[in-house]
Write a protein that binds this ligand. Structure first.
Ligand code: NAD
Length: 281
């Protein structure tokens, strides 16, 4: 079985570049599909407190018999838990549900600029890392300004920034900023949530050329441009198909053609909320 390539964080730890995300998956279903993802070859799972399936992910880990050092688990601190003490507490509750001793990656889920607690929250993540409870700390849905503020006020650079990123919204500017600070970029909704993107004629043409599926081509594009990527599916054949994207190797012409699908210059392409202005409970 092909193993995912790994990328190295600014703290020296590594992350499998291809992972499996479980947003909008019921707890019981999560147990089943994470087991299928492990079977397919995935070793990196992306969950969050708010997904309500940390316990299901934990049961799948336990059932798998895989050693902690052979898997990589991410969970995220929910918005309502931001703040120093509340973060420490929420972390322990997540670990309890996951049934883990040590977490590979803990992320602040959203910046919440109006709530403005993310610097204190980040300090709690720094403390958890110091205590050895979490190996690597990072953020999700952070803007350049938010990242810079964490760096200026704590001196600790997040290892990764997980943001909405797919060919219709390719975040070239933020990717460049992240890279300039030594922050890896992780793509959420990497398949554009499976809508129009997978029907694009540009993607279809590249898929035909490589004897691959549209989803595989999009995943291969993420891998080619250096993103950590966490496609979701609850269909076993698609879980396997998505993992097999590791076998698809795009050339520079393919990558450029997919880069050309970005719609952000026209103010379009984004599916989810804009982190710069979104605060929600
Ligand atoms: P995605 O882009 O991975 O798309 C998933 C959908 O695409 C599936 O539900 C299915 O409809 C379709 N699909 C998947 N594989 C396919 C295939 N091989 N062929 C055809 N269609 C296929 O969307 P997502 O779930 O939004 O994002 C992936 C993961 O990113 C999530 O599960 C979660 O872990 C993470 N995420 C994080 C945040 C955040 O705020 N940090 C937000 C959204 C998602």
């Amino acid at each position: 079985m092909t193993l995912s390539p790994v990328l190295t964080f600014n703290d020296g730890n590594t992350i499998p570049q291809l992972g499996y995300g479980v947003w909008q998956v019921e707890d019981d279903v999560a147990e089943k599909v994470v087991a299928q993802a492990f079977e397919a070859g995935f070793r990196h799972i992306d969950t969050a407190k708010i997904y309500g399936n940390e316990a299901g992910v934990g049961r799948a880990i336990e059932r798998s018999g895989l050693k902690p050092e052979d898997i990589f688990i991410t969970t995220k601190l929910w918005n309502a838990d931001q703040g120093y003490e509340s973060t420490l507490k929420a972390f322990e509750e997540s670990m309890e549900r996951l049934g883990l001793e040590t977490l590979d990656l803990y992320l602040i889920h959203w910046m919440q600029p109006k709530q403005d607690k993310y610097v204190d929250t980040w300090k709690a993540l720094i403390e958890l890392q110091k205590q050895g409870r979490v190996k690597t700390i990072g953020v999700s849905n952070f803007t350049k300004e938010g990242l810079q503020r964490l760096i200026d006020e704590t001196g600790v650079v997040p290892a990764i920034n997980q943001v909405e990123l797919h060919p219709f919204f390719n975040q070239s500017e933020l990717r460049e900023f992240n890279a300039s600070k030594g922050i890896l970029t992780q793509a959420w909704s990497p398949l554009g949530q499976g809508g129009e993107l997978l029907e694009s004629p540009v993607i279809a043409q590249i898929a035909a050329k490589h004897n691959a599926t549209p989803a595989q081509v999009v995943i291969a594009w993420h891998l080619a441009i250096g993103n950590v990527v966490i496609p979701k599916s609850v269909t076993e054949s698609r879980i396997r198909e998505n993992y097999a994207a590791l076998e698809v190797s795009l050339d520079e012409t393919d990558v450029q053609a997919i880069n050309g699908l970005d719609q952000s210059a026209e103010g379009a392409g984004r599916i989810g909320p804009d982190p710069a202005v979104s605060d929600f409970a």
